[in-house]
Design a protein around this ligand. Structure first.
Ligand code: NI
Length: 392
């Protein structure tokens, strides 16, 4: 077998140039028009048939092997975040207030490198690889829209792979596991309506702030008292908005937050308990309570067999790397979960921090940057895993 890591390293100047170009020109969800143009051009330059405009800015391409066989799908996300970059890097964002602070620029660069690696091996390939470049991963419904617009049909892949550069672990670390690897996410909103009044005359008002304070505290008992300690559950109230004046009891309070779990039962229990706590406390304090859930993303649950194939590929192509197969990598969420609901597959992580180089900031931080050595590792592993899956 050809050493794909060696080949990927030889392509590093190309990969790095793509990544840095995209980093300088980040684009938000469903607005990745320039990014989409770069992807389509690079893939067409390889002679591939390319479909653009799927889910607005998504791109699909097929690498067809010389021999017949199954179709494997590889997914790469494209979007940036509404963050003002503070890295001071020479390739820093040129779009004010927009930044590739999650590493999706790296994912696109990996995807285009994988395209080159696999395109060179078409003669040996039995089956085809479908490349899917997806917009709007950051909570705007990109995966769901790609699926609704038919990207899993004509031809239909039987397995799928996705990856994330991972700035919670050092370069050389790989996270590959079967079962749950990323959490589900749902947004909740709680509106408490009391009766506004003078801050000096509380007995003539109904104070929603006091009710909110007790709900905020009691909500933490869902994870500490209602959830099996061997399982995970996060309830975070992240916005609390009420009032404009120091001496006026406000009429209402609005709170929003997020729930994260790996397990459908825990998830359903948490929804139920949070609503009970909100209604019970709010109504006992005399408030009207509105409770709603929105924007649910399922957990990322890897197929154990596919995950094993990726592990095997890692041993072949990245020997000496640490493979962490404990799973439950993060309570963060990923819309790759939607593809996994349709097709068995695996989502894996490429460690990318480097203490010596000062590349230590986490995802979504204004100083986020990663060790670009993660790029050839990601490309080599993705390409090798795709080849192994075609033979599996
Ligand atoms: Ni991300």
């Amino acid at each position: 077998m050809t050493d794909l890591f060696e080949k990927a390293r030889a392509l590093f100047p190309y990969t790095q140039a793509i990544r840095r170009d995209l980093h300088q020109h980040p684009e938000l969800a469903f607005q990745e028009f320039r990014t989409s143009g770069v992807i389509a051009k690079e893939l067409r330059d390889l002679g591939l048939e390319v479909t653009t405009g799927v889910a607005k800015t998504g791109v699909l391409a097929m690498i067809e092997g010389a021999k017949p066989g199954p179709v494997i799908m590889l997914r790469f996300d494209m979007d940036a975040l509404p963050i003002e970059e503070k890295t001071g890097a020479e390739y820093a964002s040129q779009n004010a207030g927009v930044m590739h602070a999650c590493g999706h620029d790296g994912h696109v660069a990996i995807g285009l490198t994988v395209a080159r690696l696999l395109n060179d091996m078409r003669e040996e390939m039995a089956g085809s690889v479908k490349l899917l470049f997806q917009p709007a991963e950051e909570g705007a419904g990109g995966a769901d829209t790609m699926i609704k617009e038919g990207s899993l049909e004509g031809p239909a892949p039987i397995k799928c792979l996705g990856l994330h550069i991972w700035n919670e672990q050092p370069i050389g670390w790989l996270g590959i596991a079967g079962g749950p690897v990323m959490a589900s996410a749902v947004m909740f909103k709680i509106i408490l309506t009391g009766k506004g009044g003078h801050g000096a005359i509380p007995h003539l008002a109904i104070d929603p702030v006091v009710a909110a304070a007790q709900i905020i505290s009691a909500a933490q008992t869902i994870s500490s008292r209602n959830t099996d300690p061997q399982k995970a559950c996060v309830v975070s109230i992240c916005t609390v908005n009420a009032g404009h004046a120091f001496n006026v009891i406000p009429h209402s309070v609005e709170m929003t937050g997020t729930i994260r779990t790996f397990d459908t039962q825990v998830e359903q229990m948490t929804y139920k308990r949070l609503e009970e706590i909100s209604r019970g406390i709010g109504e006992a304090m005399g408030c009207k309570v509105e409770f709603s859930l929105d924007n649910p993303t399922p957990p990322v649950i890897n197929d154990p067999t596919v995950a094993n194939v990726v592990k095997q590929a890692a041993r072949i192509v990245l020997p000496g790397h640490e493979i962490d197969d404990r799973g439950r990598t993060t309570m963060g969420a990923e819309d790759f979960a939607y593809y996994l609901q349709k097709i068995p597959g695996a989502f894996f992580f490429i460690g990318s921090t480097n203490q010596e180089k000062g590349l230590i900031y986490g995802h979504h931080h204004p100083k986020f940057d990663f060790d670009e050595g993660a790029l050839p590792r990601g490309a080599a592993l993705m390409a090798q895993a795709a080849l192994e899956l075609l033979q599996a």
